[in-house]
Design a protein. Sequence first.
Length: 296
Amino acid sequence: MKIETKINILFAIVFTIGIIVSGIVSSKLLQENAQQQVTAKAQILIQVMNSVRNYTNKRINPLLESRLQIEPAFIAETVPAFSAIQVFEDLRNNPTYKDFFYKEATLNPTNLRDKADSFEAELVNKFRKNKNTKEISGYRQFPEGENFFIAYPLAVTQQSCLQCHSTPEAAPKSQIASYGSFNGFSWKLNEIIAAQVIYIPASQILSSAQRSAYVLIGALIIIFAIILFLINLLLRRTIIQRIKKMAKVAEKVSTGEINSDFEKQSNDEIGALAAAFNRMKKSLEIALKILEQQTY
């Protein structure tokens, strides 16, 4: 096997191992980066939802509070959770957020639409057990596929919230008429009653990471091809071709063409080898002349 072939095989093995390792590492890092970007979006959305909740609680609720006792049906617009959910649903019309899903998963909600399932109830309990936990994120499997989620605790922070959620007797009549007197009561001030959860399909994160990984691996392949071409070019011009010339000269000398010289093109290792061959050739010439003189 030729030296050039051996070197190319060695580079191919090193490159293959490098591509596999870099592919695994880059895929992991790019996935984490994509997850961080999605998390950053979710954090901003949570802040926006909390702003909507605060606006509803401070500005909308006082305007409509007096009507809750006389209206036949409960005015849902007075509820911060309702406003936040409606705003988020409107936001989902934007293609950037169409796959995002927002839920205020509550252990004991007035509207059963907001009822926490077993997974979400566990999140709420984790927030309750450790009050220092401000965020929980991870992956959750749904029948339609895996989702990435990020959750934040939601507590009763204002006394006005207890007007509708302390006891059925204190609740507005329209609330009892619309939702009954069994759900959404016995809340306490500063108690964590729900988890704000945003779900994002994991495929969105994985596809983004995979696209970036493919681009990175493609760039590595192109760079390797260029490096391999340059190394082969350098190898041929500085080593292979010069060794071939020396081999031809050596073959001529071995057949008696003493006048052939080993060409010294540079002062590198091959140049030093050529100089050594030339000295050896001169020594051989001297030895042959001495032998001829002794013969005659």
